[in-house]
Design a protein around this ligand. Structure first.
Ligand SMILES: Nc1ncnc2c1ncn2[C@@H]1O[C@H](COP(=O)(O)OP(=O)(O)OP(=O)(O)O)[C@@H](O)[C@H]1O
Ligand SMILES: [Mg+2]
Length: 257
């Protein structure tokens, strides 16, 4: 359903994505792991066409989305929900208006139907009844869930989650994991989940890919990734500060690629 071919992107002269190749099958949940700053969010932004690559392409349902004009791209975007890392809510709109934004903007639905869809989506993320609250009144985890509700009410074929469990308490994190699994099992949604949270990765993934220095350095089923002998992957999944990934790398990141 989604094929990423030789995707390469430089930002400010730093090579962020260096020839990324990934295939996400219909109905699959692909988890992408990798350290902070490695380009995971940049990759998701390419998949929804917010960013354009320097070379390479992304084919979604047989369409190269890197070539589509804005109007066509908007149609594809209706099928792809991106749950932004920070929520990306409009501060001047209440929760209801935020969740209903795309419905109101692009679909001709009655007010009553929109209200129902918003209420259902909020209930799915465990936030029923908060329609009138403003984003400034919400915690980080709540913002993230409102952003997820905004995506759910679109009923997209594809959902991209940018760190859905980072910064939320363990119980909420587990509820979000369960929701991702449920959308996969019941609605056959195709998903890409970007995360550092390995327990979440193991729980939701059909397959896991790790990005390091702009490249996919490992890919496989969760049980294979758990057993890996690749020193960099091994260190990442065990969260060990000692290993081939050094503290110093943070400082030189961006220049070594
Ligand atoms: N709009 C931008 N302008 C300049 N640099 C950017 C921009 N977006 C991303 N970058 C740079 O690209 C690199 C990758 O950023 P990205 O946000 O994709 O990281 P990430 O893997 O999602 O990290 P995290 O896990 O912390 O969210 C970083 O070095 C970042 O500074
Ligand atoms: Mg990110």
């Amino acid at each position: 359903m989604i094929t990423i071919n030789n995707l390469t992107k430089k930002i400010d002269n730093n090579l962020i994505l260096n020839n990324i190749n990934l295939k996400i099958e219909t109905g699959e949940t692909k988890v992408i792991i990798g350290r902070s700053g490695v380009g995971k969010s940049v990759l998701l932004k390419h998949i929804v066409g917010i960013m354009k690559p320097d070379s390479g392409n992304i084919v979604i349902n047989d369409k190269d989305i890197t070539l589509l004009p804005e109007k066509e791209l908007n149609k594809v975007r209706m099928e792809i929900g991106l749950v932004f890392q920070g929520g990306a809510l409009f501060d001047s709109m209440n929760v209801e208006e935020n969740v209903a934004f795309v419905l109101n903007e692009f679909m001709k639905l009655s007010r009553k139907v929109v209200k129902e869809k918003v209420a259902d989506a909020l209930a799915m993320v465990g936030l029923q009844g908060i329609e009138k609250m403003m984003p400034s009144q919400l915690s980080g985890g709540m913002r993230k869930r409102v952003s997820l509700a905004r995506v759910l009410c679109m009923e997209p074929e594809i959902i991209l989650y940018d760190e859905p469990t980072t910064g939320v308490d363990p119980i909420t994190a587990d509820a979000i994991n369960n929701l991702i699994v449920e959308l996969h099992d019941k609605l056959k949604v195709t998903s890409i989940v970007v995360t550092h949270d390995m327990s979440s990765a193991y729980k939701v993934a059909d397959s896991i890919a790790m990005i390091y220095h702009g490249r996919v350095i490992a890919e496989g089923k969760p049980e294979d990734i758990k057993k890996t002998n690749h020193p960099v992957v091994k260190q990442f999944i065990s969260g060990d500060a000692r290993g081939p990934i050094t503290e110093n790398e943070n400082l030189i990141f961006g220049h070594v690629r």
